[in-house]
Design a protein around this ligand. Sequence first.
Ligand code: SF4
Length: 320
Amino acid sequence: MALDRSELIKALTLDDFTPYYQMADEMRRRKKGNEVKIRAIIEISNICARYCTYCGLNAANAKVHRYRMPENEIIETARRAVSVGYKTIVLQSGEDPGLDIEEIGRIIRDIKAMGEIAVTLSLGELDEKEYRYFKECGADRYLLKHETSDPKLYGRLHPDSDLETRIENLRTIKRLGYETGSGFMIGLPGQTVESLADDLLLLKTLGCDMAGMGPFISHPDTPLRGNGHGDTEMTKRVVALARLLLPDANLPVTTALGVLSQKERLEAFSCGANVVMRKTTPDPYRKYYEIYPADIPSADIPGDRLALEKMLDEIGRKGV
Ligand code: SF4
């Protein structure tokens, strides 16, 4: 659908957004059917060298108990997830300078050997040769959110980086043949509706195959503590417009949306989303991976998957 910047801004600020929700839902049905892809996330390390001002894992936060999962536990967790039906394993970490590249390569190969399983990486910015190596090892997708397309705001959120570098990384990932995922936050302090429209257009310019949009949630141990949370209605509008701009993309209902409101999360499935990500990180690590504050129950990979499939069933969708 040809939505230009001014139409996007107008849509985002409408009193009644219902027609766009209906169009997005219809587009989702046409392009993706009723299936909801359920992805397993394993948070393999919460060590991070960066100072992103919104993130609980930032290097300055001395309150975090830091961990790096051993290789055998990562493989074992992936095996358990695959055994209950997961077909995508997402390996996620902070920008951990101590990650062993060859070890990650072995993990990718081992997971790929488990069957028809897709491996998604979300390990932050890497060198081109590392992206290439992981691709050769069999990684299928890479997630690297741009977080905001406003260069000044980006600079304030990421004191040790800039937007241009981020975009360059995303272009490299795409060029290397990864299914490429980006995304951004809604409700950042100082963010404008105009910049949200630019965020959406950037996803299109980059040719994103996946895009995750979620509300900003302030973390008490970060420089952005005390700022209000992002608006869930605005988040759903953004997801709906992303579906119209990128009809074939995989769009997750972000975990952050569910943290704010279970109802909103269910509704997000009717405004264009077709993916849900589940944390399958084992205890004791899972409670230490806290980008934003959330209640994190103990790990129950089969039970959690079953409950989610049941919930999707109840709203007429099928978890796959
Ligand atoms: S957002 Fe990512 S890179 Fe930034 S501090 Fe958090 S884990 Fe590190």
